[in-house]
Write a protein that binds this ligand. Structure first.
Ligand SMILES: N[C@@H](CCC(=O)N[C@@H](CS)C(=O)NCC(=O)O)C(=O)O
Length: 203
C-alpha cells in the first residue's frame, strides 16, 4: 500500500486512518506546490492531479477520501473505524460527505485557491470562509456532548481533523469550542501524532 500525500492536505486524513490501522505502508510526497501533481509521472496514475491517491497492494489506484477511507476501514474491521450498525455507518457517511464535498470543496478550496473561482480574490475567499464557518458550526453542534463526531471514533473523525487543522491556515477563521476540543482530543491519539510527525506538522 502506498499513499501519495502532500503535507497538511486532505491526504492527512487518510494518513491518520493508515496509522490507526497500524499495518506497514509507504508514503510518497507529491505536492501541488512543487508542481509534481501536474506532471505526467503523476497524472498517468491519477489524472485528477489530486491527493490523496492510494496504490493498493494489487497495484490498482484509488482516489477520493470517502472511497479510500471506506476501503481501508472495510478491509481492516479489527481497527473499528466503521460503526457496525447501519445507523452508525450512514451517520458516519453523512458527516464525511458534508466535510469533503461542502466544507472542503465549496469552502476551504475558495480560501486556498481563490483564483479558480473568480477574479475578485478577496470576495471569493470571504465566500469560502462563510461556507467553512457555517460548516464548522454544524460540526460543532453535532459534537455537543460527544467525544467523537458520530458516536464511536470513526473515519469521520479523521476527516474532521484535516479540516480543523486548516483553521490555522487562515487567520480569519477559527474553531468553535466543541471542534477545538475535538481537535485537541485528536492530537492526543498516537496515530495522529505519528502522521503529524511524518508530515512535519506542529502538534
Ligand atoms: N474530493 C477529493 C479532494 C481532493 C483534493 O482536492 N485534494 C487537494 C489537496 S487538499 C489537491 O490535491 N489539490 C491540488 C489541486 O487541486 O490542484 C477528496 O476528498 O479526496
Amino acid at each position: 500500500m502506498k499513499l501519495f500525500y502532500s503535507p497538511n492536505a486532505c491526504s492527512l486524513g487518510i494518513h491518520v486512518v493508515l496509522e490507526e490501522i497500524g499495518k506497514p505502508f509507504e508514503l510518497a510526497l507529491s505536492s501541488a506546490r512543487d508542481g509534481s501533481l501536474y506532471k505526467p509521472e503523476y497524472t498517468t496514475m491519477n489524472p485528477k492531479s489530486k491527493v490523496p491517491t492510494l496504490i493498493r497492494d494489487d497495484g490498482s489506484v484509488l482516489t477520493e477520501y470517502p472511497a479510500i477511507s471506506m476501503y481501508l476501514g472495510r478491509i481492516n474491521p479489527q481497527a473499528n473505524l466503521i460503526p457496525a450498525d447501519l445507523e452508525g455507518e450512514i451517520r458516519m457517511l453523512e458527516a464525511i460527505d458534508y466535510i469533503t464535498s461542502t466544507i472542503h470543496m465549496q469552502g476551504f478550496t475558495r480560501i486556498s485557491r481563490p483564483e479558480r473561482f473568480g477574479t475578485d480574490i478577496e470576495a471569493v475567499k470571504e465566500a469560502g470562509r462563510e461556507v467553512y464557518r457555517k460548516g464548522m458550526k454544524v460540526m460543532d453542534a453535532q459534537l455537543d456532548g460527544r467525544e467523537w463526531l458520530t458516536g464511536p471514533y470513526s473515519l469521520a473523525d479523521a476527516a474532521l481533523l484535516y479540516i480543523e487543522n486548516w483553521s490555522l491556515r487562515d487567520d480569519k477563521v477559527s474553531l468553535p469550542a466543541n471542534c477545538a476540543a475535538h481537535y485537541a482530543r485528536m492530537k492526543q491519539r498516537p496515530a495522529v501524532q505519528r502522521a503529524f510527525a511524518a508530515e512535519g506538522l506542529p502538534l
